[in-house]
Design a protein around this ligand. Structure first.
Ligand code: FAD
Length: 396
């Protein structure tokens, strides 16, 4: 397995630092040892791998993008992309768990939180002691996230939350969730605010746990709020700025979904490269047929192009640039490309691609979420179009 991974590694678009190389190697060894043997068992049982997530915390990955002064690893998005790709090449569910925790839940607190909120929550989350979730989607509002109906009414020094969120990654296991709710329904998206809600708060509970097509070891749950009272100091960012902050959070989050796409596609390509050398038809390995080789060449080239766009977004994010356009482009291209690569991998496995004893079918199931979560491909195109229409076309 690792031998085959070398072949794809050579396609990496730029030279990594020694630290980045050792981070990748460490994560790759960890994934091969602690994740790979259990992937199908977790998938079939929809089992959330809590012990592995705790170990990722001990490795510093649950706080990879946060400064050391808040208990994080002090690394950047380039490292974060590497980490998610490595984990997702073995199990996308683990990659998604890490992504939702880091760049959504924890990052919203980091971006919009007061110093007191940062000091209270980031060290717990960055160490992996606590798991984070981020709750924007509702039954009636997905792509149109501004149409949220969950309310937060200020009464004295408290807010009272009522409503429900769905499809929330880590929802069932999260120790803390960032929740977007309506504080002023006359103001549209400017009437939405973000709140920190801790597990165990009366009136707050996880609801239905979804049974999914893929990424079945990641948790996707409903969150229910029934007269849930939280102290006013749990307002995150200014009142009315929850939606704007959520869009900033998604700028970083979409890079992580691009990385998830890369990882799943690379896992599928690695598996296909190994299989085509072993599988014999017409008296030779199917890898010797030009028709097969061309498929492999296209898959590898498309994967590299997706990686370049993803790392461009990561490099710019690390440089402190606004990456709305770049992260949407990376997410759109990497996810759509990854779906095609995983489809082609199943085809290369022939009938065995359809059978659960072989790895291709799981990559094929897992990868589809990448074109949906954190904004569908259609929404990414809307974001990109809006961004490019803003600028002077001659400047590009
Ligand atoms: C496994 C999983 C994990 C998730 N994790 C989280 C999470 O942690 N937190 C969270 O808040 N949410 C999460 N989500 C929700 C996810 O972000 C939404 O499902 C997604 O944004 C799409 O919303 P929707 O499902 O309501 O689809 P809809 O918005 O109903 O879209 C249906 C279709 O219509 C298209 N469409 C909608 N509007 C337009 C338009 N204007 N133009 C063209 N096409 C359009 C969409 O692209 C899509 O094809 C998760 C979802 C899944 C499946």
């Amino acid at each position: 397995m690792l031998g085959e991974l070398e072949a794809v590694e050579n396609l990496y678009p730029f030279v990594l630092t020694d630290e980045q190389e050792s981070l990748r190697a460490e994560i790759r060894r960890f994934a091969a040892r602690e994740i790979a043997p259990h992937v199908m068992e977790w998938d079939e049982a929809c089992e959330f791998p809590s012990p592995v997530i705790r170990k990722l915390g001990a490795m510093g990955l649950m706080g990879i993008i946060f400064p050391a002064e808040y208990g994080g690893s002090g690394l950047g998005y380039v490292d974060y992309v590497l980490a998610i790709e490595e984990l997702s090449a073995v199990d996308g569910s683990v990659g998604l768990t890490l992504a939702a925790h880091n760049s959504l839940g924890t990052n919203h607190i980091f971006l919009a939180g007061t110093e007191m909120q940062r000091r209270k929550y980031i060290p717990l989350l960055a160490s992996g002691e606590w798991l984070g979730a981020w709750a924007l989607t509702e039954p009636g509002s997905g792509s149109d996230a501004g149409g949220a109906r969950t309310t937060a009414v200020k009464i004295g020094d408290r807010y009272v939350l009522n409503g429900n969120k769905i499809f929330i990654t880590n929802g069932h296991y999260a120790d803390v969730a960032v929740v977007i709710a309506v504080t002023d329904k006359t103001k549209g998206t400017h009437g939405l605010s973000a709140f920190i809600v801790e597990k165990g708060t009366p009136g707050f509970r996880p609801g239905r746990k979804e049974n999914k097509l893929g990424l079945r070891a990641s948790d996707t749950s409903e969150l229910i709020f029934e007269d849930c009272e939280i102290p006013e100091e749990n307002l995150l960012g200014a009142e009315g700025e929850g939606f704007i902050d959520a869009m900033r959070v998604l700028d970083g989050g979409r890079i992580s979904i691009a990385a998830l796409s890369l990882g799943i596609a690379r896992g599928a390509l690695d598996a296909a490269l190994k299989y085509v050398k072993e599988r014999r038809q017409f008296g030779k390995a199917i890898a010797e047929f030009q028709g097969i080789q061309w498929k492999l060449a296209d898959m590898a080239t498309q994967l590299d192009a997706a990686r370049l766009l993803t790392q461009r977004a990561a490099v710019l994010k690390d440089a402190g640039r606004k990456v709305t356009r770049e992260s949407s482009m990376a997410k759109l291209f990497a996810s759509e490309t990854a779906v095609r690569i995983c489809d082609e991998a199943v085809q290369l496995f022939g009938g065995y691609g359809f059978i659960k004893d072989y790895p291709a079918e799981k990559f094929y199931r897992d990868v589809k979420l990448c074109t949906i979560g954190e904004g569908t491909s259609e929404i990414q195109r809307m974001v990109i179009a809006r961004e490019i229409l803003k600028v002077n076309p001659s400047r590009g």
